[in-house]
Design a protein around this ligand. Structure first.
Ligand code: SAM
Length: 313
């Protein structure tokens, strides 16, 4: 943990500032304490505000096993940079100088992109994916990671220029309430961008609900093996007519890179919580929280809005 992170970090219980038990610039093992004596450990270089990974266990497994699959610096492609650009309504270069919170950062694939654009990045995740994220990007200047629950965000009011939560809210027990916990940390005039799964295809949603009743009970290791075994089925699932029928029976990732297919299939069938949403529903979350300039974006159900100045959220 870089000492500079303390400027933004607050006790998630009382929002007081936190003091470390060490004078080092980089704290690997230690403790943070607030004025009201709430204590939080720093372990393996990451401050920890949760005691376990609770309902996000499958993500602890997933992102430790697929730590580099979607990392642009490992693939030599720009999928992750393109994904982030698609979630913004301004050119990605404007991240320069911004303070960005990635709420539900997984293995931290967006850290290197924000860093390359000149922004300061803080990745937060409930699961032990945070250790994979720290390994991937913890060494970069102006990149920080915390293990925390977005329902109890360990940051002060009005701090971030951009809060992004891509593919996260639909994996929480209450996506609407999860959304509502984010505006507090955003500066007036700051932007919130979210992506959730699309409820549009009813057949798809119904068969996913059906199969997930069984797959979410399987041990992660077994589901991982099954996801590998399913990767060649891509060729059947993409056939004309037959493929259409198969796709209406069960979801299978249709990513062209087989490693992404294994990851995506595991990611679909393992998480404890998964929900599907519509544009009007997500738009209503922005409106309830007094956002302005709400834009609908292309990937799945994605929207970005601006927190108005002069409104206390
Ligand atoms: C599908 S992954 C997406 C990761 C990343 N946003 C990306 O696009 O690569 C969802 C992540 O949300 C995290 N998550 C779920 N509930 C959370 C919560 N309450 N607080 C913080 N993170 C959470 C999971 O641990 C998981 O790593």
């Amino acid at each position: 943990m870089k000492r500079s992170l303390l400027a933004w970090l607050r006790c998630p219980i009382c929002l007081a500032t936190l003091e470390p038990d060490s004078a080092k610039q980089e704290i690997i093992e230690g403790r943070l304490t607030c004025a009201n004596a709430h204590r939080f450990p720093v372990r393996r270089g990451v401050p920890r505000f949760v005691q376990s990974d609770a309902y996000t266990q499958s993500f602890s497994y997933e992102w430790q096993r697929f730590r580099r699959t979607q990392l642009d610096s490992a693939t030599g492609r720009t999928d992750t940079r393109d994904r982030l650009q698609a979630s913004l309504n301004f050119p990605i270069q404007q991240l320069n100088g911004m303070l960005v919170l990635d709420a539900g950062c997984g293995m931290g694939r967006f850290a290197e992109v924000v860093h390359a654009c000149g922004g300061t990045y803080i990745g937060m995740d409930f699961s032990y994916a945070i250790d994979a994220a720290f390994q991937n990007a913890g060494h970069l200047p102006n990149v920080h990671f915390v293990q925390a629950d977005l329902f109890h965000t360990p940051f002060g009011d009005n701090m971030f220029d951009l809060v992004m939560s891509l593919g996260v809210l639909h994996h929480t027990p209450d996506p609407r309430r999860a959304f509502a916990s984010l505006p507090r940390v955003l500066k007036p005039g700051g932007k919130l961008t979210v992506t959730v799964y699309d409820a549009g295809n009813k057949v798809y949603v119904a068969n996913s609900r059906f199969w997930r009743r069984y797959t979410t009970r399987l041990p992660s290791r077994l589901l991982h093996v099954l996801s590998y075994a399913a990767a060649p089925l891509y060729y059947l699932w993409t056939l004309p007519i037959v493929g259409g029928l198969l796709r209406s029976v069960a979801f299978l990732s249709l990513e062209r890179d087989w490693r992404w297919r294994v990851l995506d299939t595991f990611d679909w069938y393992s998480p404890q919580y998964m929900s599907w949403h519509t544009h009007p529903e997500v738009f209503s979350w922005f409106k309830e929280n007094h956002f302005e300039q709400i834009d609908l974006l292309a990937p799945s159900i994605s929207q970005i809005g601006t927190k108005p100045s002069g409104v206390q959220i």
